[in-house]
Design a protein around this ligand. Sequence first.
Ligand SMILES: [Zn+2]
Length: 385
Amino acid sequence: MDIDPQYWVRVLLLNDVKNCTLHISSAFSIDNVDPNLQTQVQLAGLDRLENPINIRLIDNEITISGRTFPNKEIIISPDEPYVFNLNGRNYRGKLKLITSPDGSSFDAMNIVPIESYLAGVAGAEMPDYWEPEAVKAQVIAARTYCLYTKKRFGSNRNWDVGKTAAHQVYLGVSAESAAIWNAVNQTTGMVLTCKQNDGTEDIFPAYYSSTCGGHTENSKNVFGESFEPLTGVPCSYCKDVAKPKFFFWPMAQFDKPEVTNKLFQRYEKLKQLDDITDISVAGESNCGDFSRLTMIELLGSNGNKEFLRAEDFRLAIDSTGRKIKSACFQLVDLDDSWAFLSGRGWGHGVGMCQCGAEGMAREGKTARQILSHYYPGSKILTIKY
Ligand SMILES: [Zn+2]
């Protein structure tokens, strides 16, 4: 718990809520951050809780156990073993609550040392019984991604990363195990770096996804960012690791009005098409024996055209990504519906292929070899906390 504040991570646990349930099995304090001194001022010290308590907004103020706190921000800090339970899930570190500007809701953030955060990510992102070298590669990629995202976006918002696959899945203490902690401890401080546009060596967004399907994708086609290690490489390793139904996924089918509605809901600019009369492929990456779509053209009933990245297109139609698992598919017009055929791979395909990492590790490759395959041109640097 005594690492430099820049290596604590703020994870958004609850967004825009009016109440939550808290349980802490140790004594804890409720603090306020003095905006002038940037130090914590204790508002209350409480004994361990016998039962979960409700935190709710009453008259736009946070109320904990019947006591109201008029502060916009409060920090709840458990004593050893530094664990709290929010809505039934255990997390390490501290809990920060921030009320919205109009006081109608609040956000809940977990303020957690990065290594504890990574244990809660690695065990959620990868099975802990996978090869230790694959899990170590996962931890190093996750550490790099987190620190990059924190640096790039954290200063403009109250949190650094979310807890879902939109960033990295974080499940707190329940994701931890001895194998996961071994991988975290054996890679402490290790991050990936590459040459930046200005010539310096620094961290980059080390994306990763479940199953690339045989070839990873250039980040420029998916996220719009260019980094040398994120240019796309062949992967012969995931096919034997991924479940067959995830490597080759079954046809998905969506009614045309549903597709149009979902696209219009997600992207305001598409409404100028009036109605979508045709959808076609405007860009694709050649992956050898298959293609990954990169750009989709939408034709409107009024003759206007709009373009969407294929990854954005599929997630607008199927936000969970459970049916249209990747942008590797053939789009077929079935008159009343759109069919997504010949699908392969699961996820955006940029950076490390998680199943491929496991495949490489089973062949005896080290975490370092796995990372240099999926992030070509990257280096490993160890940060001293
Ligand atoms: Zn792969």
